[in-house]
Write a protein of this length. Structure first.
Length: 192
């Protein structure tokens, strides 16, 4: 016998996904609403140049001013007021401790007399010059933003903890000596 009498998928009745009138109405409704919704979103996207995003204040005058402000500032510190300057211990804690506590990249460890002995033999001026100008992997001033006087205090503090007996540096007396308080090079004129 043959299978001619068994229903075949191809010969059977063809049914679509829409089986009720309600499904037909919803399909027609969605066929129109989805493209219209997409067009509205596209138009809103294209015309958003006049409207900032919700919660965004990127185009306010304050935000623009913050973005275009100068990168650096000039701060004039009074080099004659030793009390307002940081101590050697404060400078060490703020800048030097990163490398000198752990001995990173060959930096002499803080308090290690054996590591500091050859450096102390070169004298305070050589140590100060290395700290101010940088040496090896250490950038000038250890990458900090301190005055030369504050760096001198930090060098004295570290070297003394390593076995030196350097005297505490004295604050420069720029104004008293009639020198420019900023660069200490040229005479300072107070009246014209």
């Amino acid at each position: 016998m043959t299978d001619a009498h068994e229903p075949n998928e191809i010969d059977g009745p063809h049914e679509g996904p829409i089986k009720t009138p309600r499904q037909l109405i919803l399909a027609i409704l969605y066929a129109f609403l989805v493209p219209i919704f997409g067009i509205v979103l596209l138009v809103m996207y294209v015309t958003t140049e006049d409207r900032p995003s919700a919660g965004s204040e990127a185009l306010t005058q304050e935000a623009i001013d913050a973005r275009i402000q100068p990168v650096g500032r000039v701060e004039v510190k009074d080099a004659t007021d030793a009390a307002s300057m940081k101590t050697g211990e404060q400078v060490f804690a703020a800048q030097c401790t990163t490398c000198h506590t752990a001995g990173v990249l060959g930096a002499p460890k803080f308090g290690n007399a054996a590591a500091w002995a050859p450096r102390i033999k070169t004298g305070f001026e050589a140590l100060l010059h290395s700290a101010l100008a940088g040496k090896g992997s250490m950038p000038p001033q250890g990458g900090g933003d301190f005055s030369d006087f504050e760096i001198a205090r930090a060098v004295t503090y570290m070297a003394d903890k390593g076995g030196a007996t350097f005297a505490e540096p004295t604050a420069p007396a720029a104004a008293a000596a009639g020198r420019c308080p900023i660069c200490l090079d040229h005479p300072f004129i107070t009246s014209r």
